[in-house]
Write a protein that binds this ligand. Structure first.
Ligand SMILES: Cc1ncc(COP(=O)(O)O)c(C=O)c1O
Length: 361
């Protein structure tokens, strides 16, 4: 049995429309020295709300549904894409979202996601980061009492082992696209590194199919969410899960030669935009017709552009993995103009206070 068939033995819901397309920019206006720039369009994983979370939720929500859960609890910043995606797809499956939301720097994006969350049946639990455990315990208890069963708990970013399987599968998908001639085997792949399920799922999957692509994970947050220790632990435990499920899947040694963690485009804090990141967002929009944002994908694309400028990508086939759903998703369009006063009071400040200074057109 092939590895690809084996992954289908895990409970899985085809929430994502796969494969996602690959854009090819053989002439890359920014640097003629890159052999080819390819963009993996995971913004297209779903017509209403795409992005990287949909692949993870295909495994996570299947597990929740098959085990009789009625509510799904997860965590994130106030504008978390993962929390919103969890609420949206859980609702489609008849489950309720419980979103425990910590503070984050304000932006248009935070407002849009909060209004979108209001469109769902999710309950929102804003709190200070230091109160996360207490707030989660309260939400957990409330849901258990209401439903008669405890809620299913998904960690931040959906980066449990089951979540990471979504990106092991994505690596297999990339290999098929290479085989079909849609793109050449990339020498280097740039992807945002938040809770690491996306980049490490790709690392595991590409190693299993023996692709030589080097993955550059661009840090967008601090440890413990992004760190080399976490990368190694997630790699080994995801690999072990696969091996236990099918002993034909080998246990691979962790090898840093095909994974680089880049720290130099993070800036000062999670979700605090940087000038380089916002320049990359503008460049992608105007020159490539691609919508990125300042927290994840702008910082990641900035690393790629800087490496191209420095000549480090000369003669290379480069893949940028776009993990962002986009600014004008069908979900956010239907939520625009919603009444933010209906949000829990601690979230009103995102509508009363200005955006962070770099969040401008
Ligand atoms: C748009 C976007 N890109 C990248 C990431 C990071 O993915 P991961 O948490 O799997 O590292 C996130 C996570 O929230 C995200 O929303």
């Amino acid at each position: 049995m092939s590895i690809i068939e084996q992954l289908q033995n895990f409970p899985y819901l085809p929430l994502a429309q796969l494969p996602t397309p690959v854009d090819c920019h053989e002439v890359f206006p920014h640097s003629s020295r890159i052999s080819g720039l390819y963009i993996k369009r995971d913004d297209r994983t779903h017509p209403q709300y795409g992005g990287n979370k949909v692949r993870k939720l295909g495994f996570l929500l299947a597990h929740a549904r098959d085990n009789g859960y009625r509510a799904v609890m997860t965590f994130g910043g106030a504008g978390s894409n993962h929390a919103l995606a969890t609420a949206f797809f859980a609702q489609k499956l008849g489950m309720r979202g419980l979103l425990v939301l910590g503070p984050q720097h304000n932006s248009r994006h935070v407002r849009a996601n909060l209004l979108s969350a209001l469109q769902t049946t999710a309950s929102l639990y804003p709190c200070a980061w230091k109160d996360t455990v207490r707030t989660a315990a309260h939400a957990f208890h409330e849901a258990w009492q209401a439903d008669g069963v405890p809620p299913y708990v998904i960690p931040s970013g959906g980066s449990s082992l089951l979540g990471a399987l979504g990106y092991v599968n994505a690596a297999f998908e990339l290999q098929r696209q290479v085989r079909e001639g849609i793109l050449p085997e990339p020498d280097v792949l740039y992807v945002a590194s938040g809770t690491m399920g996306t980049c490490i799922g790709l690392v595991v999957g590409l190693r299993l199919v023996s692709m030589k692509t080097r993955i550059v994970g661009v840090r967008v947050t601090t440890a413990p969410y992004t760190s080399l220790e976490r990368a190694q632990a997630l790699f080994q435990s995801t690999n072990l899960l696969l091996h236990r499920n099918d002993p034909d899947i080998p246990l691979l040694p962790w090898d840093e030669s095909n994974f680089t963690l880049r720290d130099d485009f993070f800036g000062d804090e999670y979700a605090l935009f940087t000038p380089e990141g916002m320049a990359a967002v503008r460049y992608a929009r105007h020159d490539l017709g691609l919508q990125l944002e300042g927290t994840y994908t702008g910082k990641t694309f900035a690393a790629l552009l800087a490496d191209a400028d420095a000549g480090n990508l000369a003669g290379k086939q480069v893949l940028f993995w776009n993990t962002y759903a986009g600014d004008d998703t069908a979900l956010s369009a239907s939520a625009a103009g919603g009444d933010w006063h209906r949000l829990p009071e601690p979230l009103h400040r995102y509508f009363e206070e200005p955006f962070q200074p770099l969040d401008s057109d």
